[in-house]
Every structure is written in structure tokens, then in C-alpha cells.
Design a protein around this ligand. Structure first.
Ligand SMILES: [Fe+2]
Length: 218
């Protein structure tokens, strides 16, 4: 199961496991599949619920119940988590998670621009601004980051690359995957795939998804 899963994620960028061990808690599932990481104190399991009002520097604070823009998670970190695991506690077919395969962006001719593109967090992190590459070589693969809200260009090439990615996203055909039933589990390669949440519609405000970051898969 486990190596099949890793193979599938390597070829597709994600894996969806419907109704996967619905009685088992998410930490046990994550630990069985990979190595969970704790991004901040108390952050091993993050409870994602729709919020109309939230802190102003968060997606929920900016977008509320509207669709979130496509992004990779923690893109402003020097080393964003490799995988994210989303697990449904209460879900709806009408609120799919949307995926776009970023490999098409940094494969081929665009790779050169993407790897030279320097970006920076919109706001200083702990008092300093770190310069980041939109895409960098990481072993046999690439680490791509994208967040049009929290990352801005820090070079002319950065501006060009950001425009190119925005164009790509605007014409891409996202893949919808609904975390609808208990135990539905979606594992996403966060160095490759962009994801977004669909808008929350009336009657689905009790959607509840758990998120755990993984450093690697077994
Ligand atoms: Fe996200």
C-alpha cells in the first residue's frame, strides 16, 4: 500500500483515498503513511473550518467563505512542507478541493525563468525579509512555491515569472476532488501541486477538514 501510494503521488502529484480507515484518527493515519511534521507548536493537526471572519493576515480573513486562490502551503517558508494530508471529518461533494498540476509551469521552457525568479514574503518574517526562489532544484525533483497573496516579486524576473504563473492558472483546468465522506483522505505533493478551496455555500458551514503536514512518505 505504502510504496504504491508514494508511486502514485510521484506520478500524479496527489493521491485520493476514499473512506480510508474512517474510524482511525488522523495522526495514526498520517504516521502510518509518512512522517508528520509539526509546523508550529500545537500544529500537528490543524482543524480547517469555514470562517466568515478571521485574522486579517490569513486566507479566511481575506476571503472568508469565498473561493481561496490557488497556492502551495507555507510558500513563504524557506522549506515548505513536502506533503499535506487532508482528511475529512464532515464534508460536502459541493465543496471540492481544486488541484492544478504545477509541473506544467516549471517543466520545459519556463523552468529557466522559474528558477531565476526571486520572490519575497509580502511582510517581514521575524523582522527580516528572506529572498526565495519560486522554483528550485531539490534532488531529482523541483520545489515550487506559489502564493499570490503572501509572496511578491523581488526581481524583474520575479515579476515576469509571477505574471506567467497567473496566466497559467487562469487558463488551467483544475481537478476537483471532494472530501465528502468521513475518512476521505487526500495527500498532495506541496512542492508541485497548487490547491484551492471552493467557495462555501449556504448549508455547508459545518465542513470540517483536518490537515497534517508530512516531511516524507514511507
Ligand atoms: Fe492551503
Amino acid at each position: 500500500m505504502d510504496s504504491l501510494l508514494a508511486d502514485q503521488i510521484q506520478s500524479c502529484g496527489y493521491s485520493f483515498l476514499p473512506a480510508y480507515l474512517p474510524e482511525t484518527d488522523s495522526v495514526a493515519v498520517a504516521t502510518a503513511l509518512g512522517l508528520p511534521l509539526v509546523p508550529w507548536e500545537g500544529g500537528l493537526v490543524q482543524q480547517l473550518t469555514p470562517r466568515a471572519i478571521a485574522a486579517p493576515n490569513t486566507y479566511s480573513g481575506i476571503y472568508g467563505l469565498d473561493r481561496f486562490p490557488f497556492h502551495t502551503d507555507l510558500a513563504h517558508w524557506r522549506l515548505p512542507p513536502r506533503y499535506l494530508l487532508l482528511r475529512c471529518r464532515k464534508g460536502y461533494a459541493e465543496i471540492p478541493t481544486l488541484l492544478i498540476d504545477g509541473r506544467a509551469i516549471f517543466d520545459g521552457a519556463a523552468l529557466n525563468v522559474m528558477t531565476r525568479a526571486i520572490v519575497k514574503p509580502r511582510r517581514p518574517q521575524n523582522g527580516s525579509i528572506s529572498l526565495l526562489r519560486l522554483c528550485e532544484q531539490a534532488g531529482a525533483t523541483h520545489r515550487f512555491r506559489w502564493d499570490e497573496v503572501f509572496l511578491v516579486a523581488a526581481s524583474r524576473t520575479g515579476e515576469v515569472a509571477i505574471e506567467a504563473v497567473k496566466n497559467f492558472i487562469s487558463t488551467a483546468q483544475p481537478l476537483p476532488i471532494a472530501l465528502a465522506g468521513a475518512g476521505d483522505t487526500l495527500i498532495i505533493d506541496n512542492w508541485r501541486m497548487l490547491h484551492a478551496r471552493s467557495p462555501i455555500i449556504t448549508g455547508t458551514e459545518d465542513r470540517a477538514i483536518e490537515r497534517i503536514y508530512l516531511e516524507r512518505l514511507h
